[in-house]
Design a protein around this ligand. Structure first.
Ligand code: ACO
Length: 271
Protein backbone atom coordinates (compact mmCIF):
# COMPACT_ATOMS: atom_id res chain seq x y z
CA UNK A 1 0.00 0.00 0.00
CA UNK A 2 1.18 3.48 -0.77
CA UNK A 3 1.41 6.04 1.99
CA UNK A 4 2.75 9.57 1.90
CA UNK A 5 3.66 12.24 4.35
CA UNK A 6 5.64 15.46 4.35
CA UNK A 7 7.34 16.91 7.38
CA UNK A 8 8.55 20.44 8.05
CA UNK A 9 12.12 21.03 9.03
CA UNK A 10 12.22 22.95 12.32
CA UNK A 11 11.40 26.59 11.65
CA UNK A 12 12.32 26.39 7.97
CA UNK A 13 9.88 26.90 5.17
CA UNK A 14 11.53 24.19 3.05
CA UNK A 15 10.01 20.77 3.31
CA UNK A 16 11.45 17.32 3.48
CA UNK A 17 9.03 14.96 1.77
CA UNK A 18 8.87 11.30 2.75
CA UNK A 19 6.85 8.72 0.82
CA UNK A 20 6.68 4.98 1.32
CA UNK A 21 5.37 2.43 -1.17
CA UNK A 22 5.72 -1.35 -1.06
CA UNK A 23 8.58 -1.23 1.44
CA UNK A 24 10.50 1.41 -0.50
CA UNK A 25 10.91 4.77 1.24
CA UNK A 26 11.90 7.92 -0.60
CA UNK A 27 12.95 11.05 1.21
CA UNK A 28 13.60 14.19 -0.78
CA UNK A 29 15.51 16.95 0.97
CA UNK A 30 16.36 19.70 -1.50
CA UNK A 31 18.96 18.39 -3.94
CA UNK A 32 19.28 15.00 -2.20
CA UNK A 33 16.92 12.05 -2.55
CA UNK A 34 17.41 9.02 -0.30
CA UNK A 35 15.78 5.74 -1.29
CA UNK A 36 15.64 3.15 1.46
CA UNK A 37 14.62 -0.48 1.01
CA UNK A 38 12.68 -0.84 4.22
CA UNK A 39 11.87 -4.49 4.85
CA UNK A 40 14.74 -5.31 7.22
CA UNK A 41 12.91 -8.24 8.79
CA UNK A 42 13.07 -9.91 5.34
CA UNK A 43 16.54 -8.54 4.63
CA UNK A 44 15.02 -6.15 2.08
CA UNK A 45 14.06 -8.95 -0.29
CA UNK A 46 12.74 -7.48 -3.54
CA UNK A 47 9.57 -8.20 -5.48
CA UNK A 48 8.03 -6.87 -8.69
CA UNK A 49 6.28 -4.30 -6.46
CA UNK A 50 9.69 -3.10 -5.25
CA UNK A 51 10.83 -2.58 -8.85
CA UNK A 52 7.57 -0.78 -9.79
CA UNK A 53 8.01 1.48 -6.77
CA UNK A 54 11.61 2.22 -7.83
CA UNK A 55 10.47 2.97 -11.38
CA UNK A 56 7.80 5.36 -10.11
CA UNK A 57 10.37 7.17 -7.98
CA UNK A 58 12.48 7.61 -11.11
CA UNK A 59 9.49 8.92 -13.06
CA UNK A 60 8.49 11.47 -10.44
CA UNK A 61 11.89 12.52 -9.12
CA UNK A 62 11.79 16.29 -8.50
CA UNK A 63 13.88 18.23 -10.97
CA UNK A 64 16.03 19.83 -8.27
CA UNK A 65 17.44 16.47 -7.14
CA UNK A 66 21.15 16.09 -7.99
CA UNK A 67 22.17 13.13 -5.85
CA UNK A 68 20.26 9.92 -5.17
CA UNK A 69 21.39 7.68 -2.33
CA UNK A 70 20.15 4.07 -2.34
CA UNK A 71 20.38 2.18 0.93
CA UNK A 72 18.88 -0.74 2.83
CA UNK A 73 17.50 -0.69 6.35
CA UNK A 74 18.88 -3.22 8.83
CA UNK A 75 21.80 -5.64 8.62
CA UNK A 76 21.58 -6.35 4.86
CA UNK A 77 21.45 -4.00 1.88
CA UNK A 78 19.25 -6.56 0.11
CA UNK A 79 19.01 -10.36 0.07
CA UNK A 80 17.83 -10.24 -3.56
CA UNK A 81 14.62 -11.46 -5.07
CA UNK A 82 11.92 -12.64 -2.70
CA UNK A 83 12.41 -16.41 -2.60
CA UNK A 84 8.63 -16.92 -2.53
CA UNK A 85 8.86 -16.35 -6.30
CA UNK A 86 10.33 -19.86 -6.52
CA UNK A 87 7.34 -21.43 -4.76
CA UNK A 88 4.14 -22.48 -6.55
CA UNK A 89 2.15 -19.94 -4.47
CA UNK A 90 4.50 -17.07 -5.34
CA UNK A 91 4.25 -13.60 -3.84
CA UNK A 92 0.61 -12.69 -3.11
CA UNK A 93 -0.75 -10.52 -5.94
CA UNK A 94 2.49 -10.76 -7.93
CA UNK A 95 2.63 -14.32 -9.18
CA UNK A 96 5.53 -16.73 -9.21
CA UNK A 97 8.16 -17.98 -11.63
CA UNK A 98 5.90 -20.93 -12.46
CA UNK A 99 3.05 -18.57 -13.42
CA UNK A 100 5.53 -16.36 -15.37
CA UNK A 101 6.75 -19.45 -17.25
CA UNK A 102 3.23 -19.90 -18.63
CA UNK A 103 2.92 -16.33 -19.95
CA UNK A 104 3.46 -15.61 -23.64
CA UNK A 105 6.75 -14.12 -24.85
CA UNK A 106 5.36 -10.60 -25.30
CA UNK A 107 3.88 -10.47 -21.79
CA UNK A 108 7.04 -11.90 -20.29
CA UNK A 109 9.24 -9.40 -22.15
CA UNK A 110 7.00 -6.50 -21.02
CA UNK A 111 7.15 -7.58 -17.39
CA UNK A 112 10.93 -7.86 -17.43
CA UNK A 113 11.22 -4.48 -19.15
CA UNK A 114 9.06 -2.96 -16.38
CA UNK A 115 11.26 -4.55 -13.73
CA UNK A 116 14.42 -3.21 -15.38
CA UNK A 117 12.89 0.29 -15.49
CA UNK A 118 13.25 0.38 -11.70
CA UNK A 119 17.04 0.11 -12.09
CA UNK A 120 17.78 1.93 -15.36
CA UNK A 121 16.94 5.48 -14.36
CA UNK A 122 19.67 5.53 -11.70
CA UNK A 123 22.20 6.16 -14.53
CA UNK A 124 20.61 9.43 -15.69
CA UNK A 125 23.18 12.18 -16.37
CA UNK A 126 21.09 14.67 -14.34
CA UNK A 127 21.83 12.78 -11.10
CA UNK A 128 24.67 10.97 -9.42
CA UNK A 129 23.49 7.82 -7.68
CA UNK A 130 25.31 6.33 -4.71
CA UNK A 131 24.65 2.88 -3.27
CA UNK A 132 25.40 2.72 0.46
CA UNK A 133 25.90 -0.99 0.94
CA UNK A 134 26.24 -2.95 4.17
CA UNK A 135 25.95 -6.67 4.78
CA UNK A 136 24.51 -8.85 2.05
CA UNK A 137 23.93 -7.56 -1.48
CA UNK A 138 22.76 -10.71 -3.22
CA UNK A 139 21.34 -11.16 -6.72
CA UNK A 140 18.88 -8.33 -7.30
CA UNK A 141 20.53 -6.56 -4.35
CA UNK A 142 23.95 -6.74 -6.04
CA UNK A 143 22.37 -5.53 -9.29
CA UNK A 144 20.71 -2.59 -7.55
CA UNK A 145 24.09 -1.55 -6.17
CA UNK A 146 25.58 -1.99 -9.67
CA UNK A 147 22.91 0.30 -11.11
CA UNK A 148 24.28 3.18 -9.10
CA UNK A 149 27.16 5.34 -10.28
CA UNK A 150 29.15 4.87 -7.06
CA UNK A 151 29.27 2.27 -4.29
CA UNK A 152 30.37 3.17 -0.79
CA UNK A 153 30.43 0.03 1.32
CA UNK A 154 30.72 -1.09 4.91
CA UNK A 155 33.53 -3.48 5.80
CA UNK A 156 31.01 -6.31 6.34
CA UNK A 157 29.71 -6.10 2.75
CA UNK A 158 29.28 -9.32 0.78
CA UNK A 159 28.31 -9.12 -2.86
CA UNK A 160 27.05 -12.29 -4.51
CA UNK A 161 25.56 -12.78 -7.99
CA UNK A 162 23.57 -15.82 -7.02
CA UNK A 163 21.30 -16.06 -10.06
CA UNK A 164 23.30 -18.71 -12.00
CA UNK A 165 23.36 -20.94 -8.91
CA UNK A 166 19.55 -20.79 -8.99
CA UNK A 167 19.35 -21.52 -12.72
CA UNK A 168 18.72 -17.88 -13.68
CA UNK A 169 20.72 -15.10 -15.30
CA UNK A 170 21.27 -11.67 -13.77
CA UNK A 171 18.69 -9.64 -15.72
CA UNK A 172 18.12 -6.52 -13.66
CA UNK A 173 20.59 -4.39 -15.66
CA UNK A 174 23.61 -5.54 -13.64
CA UNK A 175 25.72 -7.43 -16.19
CA UNK A 176 26.91 -4.40 -18.17
CA UNK A 177 28.14 -2.32 -15.23
CA UNK A 178 29.74 -5.42 -13.70
CA UNK A 179 31.78 -6.10 -16.83
CA UNK A 180 32.64 -2.42 -17.20
CA UNK A 181 33.79 -2.18 -13.59
CA UNK A 182 35.76 -5.39 -13.13
CA UNK A 183 36.41 -6.70 -16.67
CA UNK A 184 35.03 -9.74 -18.45
CA UNK A 185 37.19 -12.41 -16.80
CA UNK A 186 36.45 -11.26 -13.26
CA UNK A 187 32.74 -10.84 -14.08
CA UNK A 188 32.65 -14.42 -15.40
CA UNK A 189 34.42 -15.62 -12.26
CA UNK A 190 32.04 -13.76 -9.93
CA UNK A 191 28.82 -14.74 -11.72
CA UNK A 192 29.56 -18.29 -12.81
CA UNK A 193 30.81 -19.36 -9.40
CA UNK A 194 28.18 -17.30 -7.53
CA UNK A 195 30.92 -16.68 -5.01
CA UNK A 196 30.97 -13.93 -2.43
CA UNK A 197 33.02 -10.77 -2.93
CA UNK A 198 33.99 -9.19 0.36
CA UNK A 199 34.97 -5.60 1.06
CA UNK A 200 38.72 -5.83 0.47
CA UNK A 201 38.29 -7.51 -2.92
CA UNK A 202 35.40 -5.16 -3.86
CA UNK A 203 37.75 -2.24 -3.28
CA UNK A 204 40.63 -3.86 -5.14
CA UNK A 205 38.67 -4.75 -8.28
CA UNK A 206 36.79 -1.47 -8.54
CA UNK A 207 33.36 -2.55 -7.31
CA UNK A 208 33.57 -0.15 -4.38
CA UNK A 209 34.83 3.42 -4.30
CA UNK A 210 35.37 3.37 -0.56
CA UNK A 211 35.21 0.90 2.34
CA UNK A 212 34.43 2.17 5.83
CA UNK A 213 33.55 0.67 9.19
CA UNK A 214 29.83 -0.09 9.39
CA UNK A 215 29.13 2.73 11.84
CA UNK A 216 30.77 5.25 9.52
CA UNK A 217 28.76 4.40 6.38
CA UNK A 218 26.17 7.18 6.69
CA UNK A 219 28.83 9.82 7.35
CA UNK A 220 30.97 8.60 4.45
CA UNK A 221 27.95 8.92 2.16
CA UNK A 222 27.13 12.38 3.51
CA UNK A 223 30.72 13.47 2.83
CA UNK A 224 30.55 12.18 -0.75
CA UNK A 225 27.21 13.90 -1.32
CA UNK A 226 28.68 17.19 -0.08
CA UNK A 227 31.63 16.83 -2.48
CA UNK A 228 29.31 16.13 -5.39
CA UNK A 229 27.03 19.06 -4.62
CA UNK A 230 29.97 21.46 -4.43
CA UNK A 231 30.52 21.11 -8.20
CA UNK A 232 28.66 23.20 -10.80
CA UNK A 233 25.45 21.34 -11.64
CA UNK A 234 25.38 21.86 -15.40
CA UNK A 235 29.07 21.00 -15.72
CA UNK A 236 28.46 17.84 -13.71
CA UNK A 237 25.60 16.77 -15.99
CA UNK A 238 27.59 17.45 -19.16
CA UNK A 239 30.67 15.69 -17.78
CA UNK A 240 28.69 12.60 -16.77
CA UNK A 241 27.20 12.50 -20.27
CA UNK A 242 30.72 12.64 -21.72
CA UNK A 243 32.05 9.92 -19.42
CA UNK A 244 29.09 7.63 -20.05
CA UNK A 245 29.51 7.94 -23.81
CA UNK A 246 33.30 7.49 -23.78
CA UNK A 247 33.43 3.70 -24.10
CA UNK A 248 31.14 3.63 -27.12
CA UNK A 249 33.08 6.31 -29.04
CA UNK A 250 36.42 6.45 -30.84
CA UNK A 251 38.97 8.96 -29.53
CA UNK A 252 38.12 11.26 -32.42
CA UNK A 253 34.40 11.04 -31.67
CA UNK A 254 35.01 11.60 -27.98
CA UNK A 255 37.10 14.71 -28.70
CA UNK A 256 34.26 16.01 -30.86
CA UNK A 257 31.78 15.35 -28.04
CA UNK A 258 34.06 17.20 -25.59
CA UNK A 259 34.23 20.20 -27.94
CA UNK A 260 30.46 20.27 -28.27
CA UNK A 261 29.82 20.09 -24.53
CA UNK A 262 32.49 22.70 -23.81
CA UNK A 263 31.14 25.13 -26.36
CA UNK A 264 27.76 24.94 -24.63
CA UNK A 265 29.39 25.42 -21.21
CA UNK A 266 31.45 28.42 -22.24
CA UNK A 267 28.51 30.05 -23.97
CA UNK A 268 26.37 29.54 -20.92
CA UNK A 269 29.05 30.84 -18.52
CA UNK A 270 30.35 33.81 -20.47
CA UNK A 271 27.52 35.29 -22.53
N1 ACO B 1 13.39 -13.71 0.12
C1 ACO B 1 12.47 -13.83 1.08
N2 ACO B 1 12.75 -13.82 2.39
C2 ACO B 1 14.04 -13.68 2.72
C3 ACO B 1 15.06 -13.54 1.77
C4 ACO B 1 14.70 -13.56 0.40
N3 ACO B 1 15.59 -13.41 -0.58
N4 ACO B 1 16.24 -13.43 2.41
C5 ACO B 1 15.98 -13.49 3.72
N5 ACO B 1 14.64 -13.64 3.92
C6 ACO B 1 13.93 -13.76 5.19
C7 ACO B 1 14.18 -15.09 5.85
O1 ACO B 1 13.32 -16.08 5.33
C8 ACO B 1 13.89 -14.74 7.28
O2 ACO B 1 12.49 -14.69 7.45
P1 ACO B 1 11.81 -15.28 8.79
O3 ACO B 1 12.38 -14.46 9.92
O4 ACO B 1 10.35 -15.06 8.56
O5 ACO B 1 12.24 -16.71 8.86
C9 ACO B 1 14.42 -13.32 7.41
O6 ACO B 1 14.46 -12.79 6.09
C10 ACO B 1 15.81 -13.24 7.98
O7 ACO B 1 16.63 -14.09 7.21
P2 ACO B 1 17.83 -14.91 7.86
O8 ACO B 1 18.27 -15.92 6.87
O9 ACO B 1 17.42 -15.41 9.21
O10 ACO B 1 18.88 -13.73 8.07
P3 ACO B 1 20.46 -13.83 8.12
O11 ACO B 1 20.91 -12.45 8.43
O12 ACO B 1 20.90 -14.95 9.00
O13 ACO B 1 20.91 -14.22 6.63
C11 ACO B 1 20.98 -13.96 4.24
C12 ACO B 1 20.79 -13.28 5.61
C13 ACO B 1 22.38 -14.52 4.10
C14 ACO B 1 20.76 -12.86 3.21
C15 ACO B 1 19.97 -15.11 4.05
O14 ACO B 1 18.69 -14.67 4.48
C16 ACO B 1 19.85 -15.61 2.64
O15 ACO B 1 20.70 -16.37 2.18
N6 ACO B 1 18.78 -15.21 1.90
C17 ACO B 1 18.49 -15.70 0.59
C18 ACO B 1 19.40 -15.03 -0.47
C19 ACO B 1 19.02 -15.44 -1.88
O16 ACO B 1 19.21 -16.58 -2.28
N7 ACO B 1 18.45 -14.48 -2.68
C20 ACO B 1 18.07 -14.71 -4.04
C21 ACO B 1 19.20 -14.19 -4.95
S1 ACO B 1 18.85 -14.39 -6.66
C22 ACO B 1 18.06 -13.01 -7.18
O17 ACO B 1 17.99 -11.99 -6.50
C23 ACO B 1 17.47 -12.96 -8.64
Amino acid sequence: MAGAQARQRGGNADEVSVTTEHGVRIEVDGEIATITLDRPEKRNAQTFATWSALARIGESLPEQVRVVVVKGEGPSFSAGIDLRMFTPEGVPGQGSFSSAAKSDDVTFEQRMRQAQAGFLWLRRPEIVSIAAVQGHAIGAGFQLALSCDLRIVADDVSFCMKEPALGLVPDLTGTKPLVELVGLAKAIDICLTARTVHADEAMRIGLAEKVVAGGDLDQAVRDKVAQLLAVNRDAAIATKRLLQGAQGRSLEEQCAAERLEQAARIKSLFT
